[in-house]
Design a protein around this ligand. Structure first.
Ligand SMILES: Cc1cc2nc3c(=O)[nH]c(=O)nc-3n(C[C@H](O)[C@H](O)[C@H](O)COP(=O)(O)O)c2cc1C
Length: 321
């Protein structure tokens, strides 16, 4: 895809997607992804420059359109060739990205969203299934969504994402018509990712049944469904009947201090990153169902090569359609 050797995109996994991770993926012949939601123009320019200094390979930047894309100007001025949007109507922004000579991808969670994004001029679609880790905009399992979007023949490449964490899953998605795949949780558990060590360890030890779709970690972003690993915060909130802000158990507890000393309270949306100190396992540990297939914490470059080797020898499973 887009001239990459390997049609694998590393998802924009928030603060875990540091330049070292993005560059390691890009240097292995796949496509890295920076998550720039909430970044200032100067910080965005600096992180793009830092990533570019580590790789001449392909990487993209992403914006969650539930928030203002504050640093879009810096991205437009940069040499980053691909921009993706998720969680919102990208109709106004797609022409802006394309006018800057860049490729624009849009993440969708249902067929209507796919039709809309294609009509609005998206260059490619990212179909997210409900198996995904992190915020889930999808309402459908990946296989049924992917098949319906591919069958619609919207004239643009389709990338599959959500629950993919093995060579076999890559091959199956491509056999269903995906031009490439995007993986988030699999890249959280890599050496270069900035996810906290305890978070990486939980991903490696977990399987799909340990994940839950919930609204629990809502502070910072209300009413947006997410898939996380079950932890004490979630168990206590569910046991209390999933109450709204103001009456949640342990509300206001400071769970960790970030590396700059800023406190993070229970129910906040921030994932646990390296350098955070305190009760990191009570923060949201976003995780897709593909954790069942994750058993190690390799370097991202080695992982890309391994997954692609496995994808090429795997026999696709017979279609259930
Ligand atoms: C920790 C984490 C942070 C994420 N942050 C973003 C983000 O900033 N923007 C976005 O479009 N998607 C984000 N996602 C969702 C991914 O783009 C993708 O849909 C998801 O990771 C795919 O599922 P998987 O984790 O099972 O591979 C995030 C996912 C995770 C796990």
């Amino acid at each position: 895809m887009f001239g990459s050797q390997i049609p694998v995109l590393q998802a924009p996994i928030g603060g875990s997607a540091v330049p070292e991770l993005v560059a390691s993926v890009a240097n292995a012949g796949a496509i890295g992804g920076l998550a720039l939601t909430g970044w200032s123009e100067s910080d965005a320019s600096a992180v793009i420059a830092k990533t570019r200094a580590l790789t001449s390979g392909l990487f993209f930047v992403n914006f969650l359109l539930a928030f203002e894309p504050q640093c879009l100007g810096s991205v437009l001025d940069s040499d980053v060739p691909i921009v993706t949007f998720s969680f919102g109507d990208a109709g106004q922004l797609i022409p802006v990205i394309k006018a800057a000579g860049k490729v624009c991808g849009v993440q969708v969670g249902n067929l209507l969203g796919a039709r809309r994004a294609a009509l609005q001029g998206a260059d490619f679609l990212i179909c997210q299934g409900i198996e995904a880790g992190g915020r889930v905009q999808s309402t459908q399992p990946l296989e049924s969504l992917l098949k319906s979007v591919v069958n619609e023949d919207l004239g643009v490449p389709v990338v599959a994402t959500g629950g993919i964490a093995s060579g076999a899953a890559i091959r199956d998605a491509m056999a269903m018509g995906a031009s490439g795949v995007m993986m988030g949780t699999r890249f959280l558990a890599t050496k270069e990712s900035r996810a906290h060590e305890l978070y990486k360890d939980r991903i490696v030890r977990s399987s799909a049944a340990d994940t839950a779709m919930t609204l629990c970690f809502m502070d910072g972003w209300l009413n947006s469904t997410h898939r996380v690993l079950r932890n004490q915060t979630l168990e206590d909130w569910e046991a209390a009947g999933c109450p709204p802000p103001g009456s949640r158990p342990g509300e206001g507890d400071v769970l960790v201090k970030m590396d700059d000393g800023e406190p993070v309270a229970r129910y906040h949306m921030f994932q646990p990153l390296a350098g955070y100190e305190g009760r990191v396992e009570e923060l949201p540990m976003y995780c897709g169902t593909g954790c069942t297939d994750i058993h190690d914490v390799p370097s991202a470059g080695e992982l890309v090569q391994r997954l692609w080797r496995e994808a090429r020898i795997h026999q696709p499973k017979p279609s259930s359609a």
